[in-house]
Design a protein around this ligand. Sequence first.
Ligand SMILES: Nc1ncnc2c1ncn2[C@@H]1O[C@H](COP(=O)(O)OP(=O)(O)O)[C@@H](O)[C@H]1O
Ligand SMILES: [Mg+2]
Length: 259
Amino acid sequence: MNDQLNEARQRREIGQIVSGSLIEGLAMKLHAEVSVEDIRAGKFVVVEGDKSEFFSMITDVVLSTSARGLLDNPPGRENQLMHQVLSGTTTYGTVTLRPMLMLPKETAEKDLESNLRPVKTIPGHFSPVHTADARDVSRIFGDEGLDPKYFNIGTPLDMDEIPVCLNLERFVERSNGIFGKSGTGKTFLTRIVLCGIIKNRKAVNLVFDMHSEYGWKGSFEGERVEVRGLKQYFGDRVAVFSLDPDSSRRRGAPIDFAV
Ligand SMILES: Nc1ncnc2c1ncn2[C@@H]1O[C@H](COP(=O)(O)OP(=O)(O)O)[C@@H](O)[C@H]1O
Ligand SMILES: [Mg+2]
């Protein structure tokens, strides 16, 4: 079983930690063979410390050099050999990481939840860093296949095959907000999260739906295409109350109660 897991692993070492602080985050020197253009902000990586693994997010990428003078007199674009000679040693990428969670190494799979901790220290010099794979992500966020309390809400940036789950039981115990600039997907995400709560019967929701986005239907890319609302997914497990039944009728949205 473990061999199978290891074979399926898609981790790739991309660099090593060269400096950092708890407050400012970690600086990783990128390995010579990894292109800075493959490093995207928002991507998840794992730093392998001596005692713990640090689950981290890429927040910044910097072009660095060990020879300041070189920048005053850069090799021309036709001098490819020079570019190759310098690359990875004299010129290299430095990537800033924000550690988010730490997990003691050797933690048994069944004890994951109680051992995942907020970051209170940082990994030592030269700790290796690798990209997170599906198993790293599922160890942190849970796996829908293991327990119905985990609900898949999407995939991380740039990691399209890797599901990220929300622990619905913990989620409904506390106050939550979904924040972001307009058009970044708050309404869509809210609808997905509500679907999870209803589907897995974790809580009852009272939704104040000012713009009629959740009840019967929502819109995709500014009204052109429609997406189904909660009522269309869950039928009689959702009741729609309307303050303006005429408007609902005009929009062709069935309601259960006029208030
Ligand atoms: N998970 C998603 N899958 C596909 N398209 C999405 C998703 N989330 C957002 N979109 C697209 O982005 C647009 C804006 O999303 P929306 O949730 O309305 O943003 P917000 O509420 O943050 O202003 C949607 O109309 C849709 O076209
Ligand atoms: Mg919105």
